[in-house]
Design a protein around this ligand. Structure first.
Ligand code: HSE
Length: 439
């Protein structure tokens, strides 16, 4: 049988990795797919740039439309990124009846609802395994492997760059910017690295995971996003003293009131497996009612790990070429007419535990004032540490762990604590999750 012809948009890190994996493993891939899969046409912005792959046998162009419009191309792989030109090209491919494979999380999180509707109209597949957690087959695991479960929550380290930075800061005391530069040089970071460190990239991925876990439309705009730029070495050290690690987590949870969808630095008990996921590695912990907790771990970024997911999608699409559209796995795991309108909760309505750090004047009654304010807001304290001030300092660091409380109560309490004369500076607040199997 003739090999399936693929057009590639973008020949950067992931594009180069995809060319290499498809070539190196061509025989194995053909045995799985039932046909060969070859890239015949590829577009790159700068054709003179050095490549990590051998492009012989591939027609190269700087015009991505030429690839999409090539009548021989049956599947378009979009690896350009962003939701501008990439959106235009993906929609054009769909309108021409071509299947699409994309690694573009921003595109799916922000415009996936309309892209999937267009794909359904045209009877084509839009596959996006590489959009979340790089090489970990997390979309397939949740969408197909856990299809018998009522999924209760999931929590993930889903940005490799951020995890790499937090790990290097903790283990080697390295400076934030220095580690970020290394992540950029290694090809992990987004084109705009604030997407990594401010949690936007993780929020794109979490939006996608929440939709396939709970059967809700993609709602990126409703996600709460907080980055890691304010995490200090002190907080990392105090968290360790208390038996916790700080990780940048994406968390989504079903509650009676609605769905939580939030990305923020989080203290998690150090004995949890996910607390020990370091460097550029990603992990997603999913809690289903039948299976219990399941953990998925692997490289979340990089050329070949991401290519692994792109190529797996290509194999799936090739197998689907001969299946009726109504017999395919739905894009968002649930049938499109069965999506739920459960609301996404604002962060004020989320309940969690907290780590608090404040600088308090070293005089009698300060701690009593702070604990009274917390008590007035139904906030119960689980642990407290006071660090004696250095001889030249007038203030002591007070670190507290609280029990679970509504975020709104915590915000009100923090405002009152910050208004105390004896409290200097802002109160540092980091959310705490135990990620208990039972809850
Ligand atoms: N910038 C992303 C990360 C790349 O660091 O995880 C993979 O999506």
């Amino acid at each position: 049988m003739e090999p399936v012809k693929v057009g590639l948009l973008g020949l950067g890190t992931v594009g180069g990795g995809t060319v290499n994996v498809l070539k190196r493993n061509a025989k194995e891939i053909a045995r799985r797919a039932g046909r060969g899969i070859v890239i015949t046409h590829a577009a790159a912005r700068d054709l003179n740039k050095p490549r990590i792959c051998d492009t012989s046998g591939i027609t190269l162009t700087s015009d991505p439309h030429a690839v999409v419009n090539d009548p021989n191309v049956q599947i378009v792989v979009e690896l350009i990124g962003g939701d501008g030109l990439a959106y235009e090209l993906v929609m054009r491919a769909i309108q021409q009846g071509k299947h699409v494979v994309t690694a573009n999380k921003a595109l799916i999180a922000k415009r996936g609802n309309e892209i999937f509707a267009a794909a359904r109209d045209q009877g084509v597949v839009v596959a996006f395994e590489a959009a979340v957690a790089g090489g970990i087959p997390i979309i397939k695991a949740i969408r197909e492997g856990l299809a018998g479960n009522h999924i209760q929550w999931l929590a993930g380290i889903i940005n490799g760059t951020g995890n790499f930075i937090l790990t290097e800061m903790r283990d080697k005391g390295r400076d934030f910017n220095d580690v970020l530069k290394e992540a950029q040089a290694l090809g992990y970071a987004e084109a705009d690295p604030t997407f990594d460190v401010e949690g936007i990239d993780a929020a794109h991925k979490l939006t996608i995971l929440a939709s396939i876990a709970f059967g809700i439309p993609l709602q990126f705009a409703a996600a709460y996003t907080e980055g890691i730029t304010k995490i200090t070495r002190e907080d990392v050290t105090y968290a360790e003293e208390l038996g916790y690690r700080i990780k940048h987590l994406g968390i989504t949870k079903r509650t009676k009131q609605g769905i939580e969808l939030r990305v923020h630095p989080t203290l998690i008990p150090e004995r949890r497996l996910i607390a020990n996921v370091d460097g550029v590695m990603n992990a997603v912990l999913v809690k289903g009612d039948a299976v219990g907790p399941t953990l998925y771990y692997g490289a979340g970024a990089g050329d070949e790990p991401t290519a692994s997911a792109v190529v797996a999608d290509l194999v799936d699409v090739v197998r689907a070429l001969t299946s009726d559209p109504e017999n395919r796995v739905p894009h968002l795991a649930f049938q499109p007419d069965a999506l739920s309108d459960t609301p996404i909760l604002p962060i004020d309505a989320v309940e969690t535990a907290y780590y608090l750090r404040m600088q308090a004047s070293d005089k009698p009654g300060v701690l009593a004032d702070v604990t009274r304010i917390l008590g007035d807001h139904q906030i119960s304290i689980e642990a407290i540490i006071q660090k004696e001030p250095a001889p030249e300092m007038q203030t002591a660091s007070v670190i507290m762990l609280t029990h679970r409380v509504l975020e709104k109560n915590m915000n009100d309490a923090i405002a009152k604590i910050e208004a105390l004369d004896a409290i200097n500076d802002k109160v540092t607040r980091i959310r705490v999750e135990t990620l208990n199997a039972g809850k």
